[in-house]
Design a protein around this ligand. Structure first.
Ligand SMILES: [Ca+2]
Ligand SMILES: [Ca+2]
Length: 93
């Protein structure tokens, strides 16, 4: 599975922007559906976050502050997000 929504070969903030645009309404990979279950939700964000963690780009520098705050709220809403956030933070410092 991949969270490369815009299919440019890297998982980065541009893909997050695609996910944000498709959140709640998208149904395809190009709209942010990373796990191919026909919706764009928190699970797809977690996949994006997981894919991002394996690249050289850290979420802290790639995501503008307002978007970062919104994403933290979304991560809290889906529950499992917090642990992954800490893992990303731990590996990017
Ligand atoms: Ca991409
Ligand atoms: Ca999905």
């Amino acid at each position: 599975m991949t969270a490369d929504f815009n299919e440019d070969g890297v998982v980065d903030a541009a893909d997050l922007a695609v996910w944000e645009s498709g959140f709640g309404t998208g149904t395809t990979l190009a709209e942010g559906d990373a796990d191919a279950d026909g919706d764009v939700d928190g699970q797809d964000f977690l996949l994006w976050q997981s894919n991002l963690g394996t690249s050289a780009i850290s979420a802290a520098t790639a995501v503008p502050e307002p978007a970062g705050c919104a994403l933290v709220m979304i991560a809290l809403a889906v529950g499992a997000g917090m642990r992954r956030s800490r893992l990303v933070a731990a590996t990017s410092h």
